[in-house]
Design a protein around this ligand. Structure first.
Ligand code: DGL
Length: 257
């Protein structure tokens, strides 16, 4: 079982922002990355649809590929389906991602935090619980970003620029002054691929937060705890997608050229 792959999926290329942290933390592991791009964007679908897709993808990764752990590298899918996946496969290691509100609370000085995520993530019960538990610590400005994940997925640079500008403008003032947003949570795994655009638009003192490194640490900890970590030999990635493979090839080539 130690040599079995780790399954990881997203609606598209966004999960590569998690995969790169996983590969850095677990260089000997084999990964199978599944992009469900024929059914994207998840963030603007209803919860039942996303749950069905997650169960089908997990079932295939387990049944056909014999994975030893599953990383749900999508905030929207985690919010909609992680509990259901854990209920169906109770003995499998299942790791999800959630908008990094807790790390943002530890970083902010102005106590005003911006959260960009999909409509689906922000409307979910899981996010409501996370948000409610931290409301006393800081003020969170929540911004659904329709279309942004899709524009990143398709490499539509001018549209990415336009949407980043539109959504950050809608959130209010950024900076280190009183009542300004000094920390921006990228609550969709696609958004780190627009980090350079955000950094150009926002004042220098604004910090961007995303959960890749924390997810990788958690995955490594759980695998080692279960005696399932691979400790030698070359790792690698097998790529799968439900739609065209081109976006995945383009992003993977840019990341690991
Ligand atoms: N990458 C996904 C997330 O983290 C969502 C993108 C989509 O809407 O499909 O929420």
């Amino acid at each position: 079982m130690t040599d079995a792959p780790i399954g990881i999926f997203d609606s598209g290329v966004g999960g590569l922002s998690i995969l790169s942290a996983l590969r850095a933390a677990l260089p000997h592991e084999h990964f199978i990355y599944y992009a469900d791009n024929a059914n994207a964007p998840y963030g603007e679908r209803d919860e039942g649809f996303v749950q069905e897709r997650c169960a089908a993808i997990a079932g295939d990764l387990i049944g056909t590929h014999g994975i030893k752990a599953l990383v749900v590298a999508c905030n929207t899918a985690t919010a909609a389906a992680i509990q259901q996946l854990r209920d169906i496969w109770p003995s499998l290691i299942v790791i999800g991602v959630e908008p990094a509100l807790k790390p943002a609370v530890a970083l902010t000085r102005t106590r005003r935090i911006g959260v960009m995520a999909t409509r689906g993530t922000l409307a979910s019960a899981k996010f409501a619980t996370l948000h409610a538990g931290l409301k006393a610590e800081a003020h969170f400005v929540l911004q659904p970003c329709d279309g942004l994940a899709e524009a990143i997925e398709l490499g539509q640079t001018p549209l990415v620029q336009e949407l980043c500008e539109r959504y950050t403008n809608a959130m209010g003032k950024f900076g280190s002054g009183a009542a300004q947003i000094d920390t921006l949570v990228l609550g969709c795994t696609h958004y780190p691929f627009a980090a350079d655009t955000f950094l150009k638009l926002l004042p220098d003192e604004v910090q961007l937060v995303h959960p890749g490194p924390a997810v990788a640490r958690q995955c490594a900890r759980l695998l080692r705890g279960a005696g399932l970590a691979r400790s030698s030999g070359a790792g690698g990635v097998q790529w799968l997608s439900s739609g065209p493979i081109e976006p995945l090839q383009r992003m993977a080539a840019a990341q690991w050229a």
